[in-house]
Design a protein around this ligand. Structure first.
Ligand SMILES: *Cc1c(COP(=O)(O)O)cnc(C)c1O
Length: 394
């Protein structure tokens, strides 16, 4: 079935007990065995069933099934946040002496976890720099190749098929953080990638009302992660959050269409504006990743980053916006705007910020699903204010 149908129906069965049409919120920490013998069989793994809320819950399970279906994966495991998913995966698959090769830039929390936490446990982490340098960066100790596409905040596009081919030839697993694209726009497994994960806090939930993470891939890896990374670390998703994810995913295709259409109009508008020095949007033919994005994405996403004239211009612009909220995060139905250099990327050394294109005049917009005309009117009045104020000061 097509993805819009799967978004609505996958993982969705009427409640066997009551016939409730929508999956209920199973708010329970534990599950009755029913009998001494069944308890023994459940713990021996001879019968499958729910035992304890840390390792499985029916509401959360429905979310996992829906997401696995959308990504075209055998199975999925949900977590309390994107970082819980990432750390559970790495803890399960890595041991001292192993190496992770990644393509920078990564989400700040992920890069921090790699450089500060994984290294503490004897795992080496290396930035390959680019897909072209990836073959030389792989060593006999490499266990994972890890990347994001589009990247934060300059929306670089990595060629997923190229990465999968290089890593497969060397017997190394690949992991893609698909948060920015979502399975509606890109399904990394279809390009030969082994594992996919999300900060479901962003587009999957879509309404900015809870945190969640999810990992999808081969059943054998998902079972290992559930038995080790989830059970031993305990970053379990709650039943209510699982319900919000299920509800959010039903409209993912509709929301992504609106995000993409709005972002395309915003990017087009901004690229004509005299106060804007540069626009980063994979949908613009001038974007260096445009051709690759056309091949591996069904749309170009809802994020647009822009360079203004200076840090001062960026600050004035952000303080003048009325519809866009100044806040981190992305993928909400409401439009958001951030200044990465002074917020999410503030603690990075200046040379790393420069290498990742995070200049003081860069602003990142997460375009929501409001009417694009209203968003453009808001951007216009803010840019007008920047131009008037800076001209007056000269
Ligand atoms: C937000 C984010 C994360 C971390 O997810 P949390 O849900 O905040 O733990 C990981 N990767 C990307 C690309 C993100 O945007």
């Amino acid at each position: 079935m097509k993805i819009r149908t799967r978004a609505v129906h996958a993982g969705h069965h009427p409640d066997p007990l009551t016939g409730a049409h929508v999956v209920p919120i199973y708010s329970t920490s534990t599950f009755a065995y029913g009998s001494f013998a069944r308890g023994e069989r459940l713990f021996a793994g001879e019968e499958s069933g729910y035992i304890y809320g840390r390792i499985g819950n029916p509401t959360v399970r429905a979310f996992e099934e829906k997401l696995a279906s959308l990504e075209g994966a055998e199975d999925a495991v949900a977590f309390a946040s994107g970082m819980a998913a990432i750390s559970a995966l790495c803890t399960t698959l890595l041991a001292p002496g192993d190496e992770v090769v990644y393509l920078a830039p990564l989400y700040g929390g992920t890069e921090g976890y790699f450089l500060e936490t994984l290294t503490k446990f004897g795992v080496r982490v290396t930035d390959a720099g680019s897909v072209e340098n990836l073959p030389q960066a792989l060593t006999p100790a490499t266990r994972l190749v890890y990347l994001e596409t589009p990247t934060n905040p300059t929306l670089r596009i990595h060629d997923l098929s190229a990465v999968a081919q290089i890593a497969r030839a060397r017997g190394v697993r690949t992991v893609v953080d698909n948060t920015f694209a979502t399975p509606y726009l890109t399904r990394p497994l279809e390009h030969g990638i082994d594992l996919v994960l999300h900060s479901a806090t962003k587009y999957l939930g879509g309404h900015g009302d809870c945190l969640a993470g999810v990992l999808a891939g081969p059943r054998e890896v998902m079972e290992a992660v559930r038995a080790e990374g989830l059970r031993h670390i305990g970053g379990t998703l709650g039943a209510f959050e699982g319900y919000l994810m299920l509800r959010g995913l039903k409209t993912l295709p509709l929301r992504m269409e609106a995000h993409c259409a709005g972002a395309a109009q915003v990017a087009e508008y901004l690229s004509q504006h005299p106060a804007v020095r540069r626009v980063y949007y994979p949908g613009l033919p001038s974007h260096p990743g445009h051709e690759t994005a056309r091949r591996q994405m069904q749309g170009f996403g809802g994020l647009v980053s822009i360079e203004l004239e200076s840090k001062q211009a960026a600050a004035l612009f952000l303080d003048s916006l009325k519809l866009f909220t100044q806040a981190v995060s992305l993928g909400d139905v409401e439009s958001l705007a951030t200044h990465p250099a002074s917020t999410t990327h503030q603690l990075l050394p200046p040379e790393v910020r420069a290498a990742h294109g995070v200049s003081d005049s860069l602003v990142r917009l997460s375009v929501g699903i409001e009417d694009p005309e209203d968003l453009i009117a808001d951007l216009e009045q803010a840019l007008e204010h920047v131009m008037q104020t800076l001209l007056a000061r000269r």
